[in-house]
Design a protein around this ligand. Structure first.
Ligand code: HEM
Length: 226
């Protein structure tokens, strides 16, 4: 995306994100819906521009795809922007905060950059502690650990809780960059598995590599909460 086409993302991406983060917090709902509306409007403007000035980019290709209307192209490209931007920004911030809350772990990474790939996986696992849920509807009757789920039932898949399952991770809330985490569910599972996972891993790894190399003595200004 060219510089002039870039949004000031936080102006509407963060409010839009509230829709997913805090649906139960009703006061945030109108702000969230305004954010989603602004995001869609921005998408429509981009589609309009790409129709007039096609380029070598995703939106131009979506516009050129038979059967994809302008509204669909705007919705799809903004879904991609939203899914790819907000998630990575939040995850990078959380990863750095978690690392700095454990100076021994930060120092280990500064001393041994080879730990980086394993650290990235652990930093994807640890921050979300559960309490949310990705909605799915059961297509058939199921029995899960003695609980019967009927076809059509709404099921909330709590990735954070799964990532902190003590049966899978001893001392699950502790950050341990040498743990060798491999099977976390931070990017989901199955047919809806995050299409941007490889990019998100590169973004996290690059940011942490640059940060640890450039600011090895970085410290939190205040003690971590809790
Ligand atoms: C650390 C960053 C990220 C996290 C934690 C994350 C997490 C997730 C999760 C949990 C899902 C599954 C949702 C479900 O099962 O309904 C998902 C899906 C998706 N993600 Fe990511 N994601 C990240 C980065 C990205 C990036 C960088 C992109 C694109 C550039 C992206 C694009 C998508 C898309 C398009 C889907 C929907 C896939 C589908 O339904 O087939 N994500 N992501």
């Amino acid at each position: 995306m060219r510089r002039r086409d870039r949004p000031r993302p936080q102006a509407f991406l963060t409010p839009a994100g509230l829709f997913y983060c805090v649906p139960q917090r009703l006061p945030a709902r109108p702000r969230s819906l305004r954010g989603l509306g602004a995001l869609f409007e921005y998408g429509k403007q981009l589609v309009d521009r790409k129709r007039r000035e096609p380029g070598d980019d995703v939106i131009t290709r979506l516009c050129a795809t038979e059967g994809v209307s302008d509204d669909e192209a705007a919705m799809l490209s903004m879904a991609l922007l939203f899914a790819g931007h907000e998630t990575a920004v939040v995850q990078i911030g959380l990863a750095v905060a978690h690392l700095l809350a454990r100076p021994d772990q930060w120092q280990a990474l500064v001393d041994d950059p080879d730990l980086m790939p394993a650290a990235v996986e652990e930093l994807l696992r640890v921050p979300g502690q559960g309490g949310g849920g990705i909605p799915r509807y059961a297509r058939t009757d199921l029995d899960i650990a003695g609980v019967t789920v009927h076809a059509g039932d709404l099921v909330l898949l709590d990735i954070g809780a799964a990532n902190h399952d003590p049966a899978a991770y001893p001392d699950p809330d502790a950050l341990d960059i040498a743990r060798g985490t491999t099977r976390h569910l931070a990017f989901g599972h199955g047919s809806r598995y995050c299409i941007g996972a490889p990019l998100a891993r590169i973004e996290l790894q690059t940011t942490l590599e640059l940060l640890t190399a450039r600011f090895p003595t970085l410290r939190l200004a205040v003690p971590p909460a809790g």
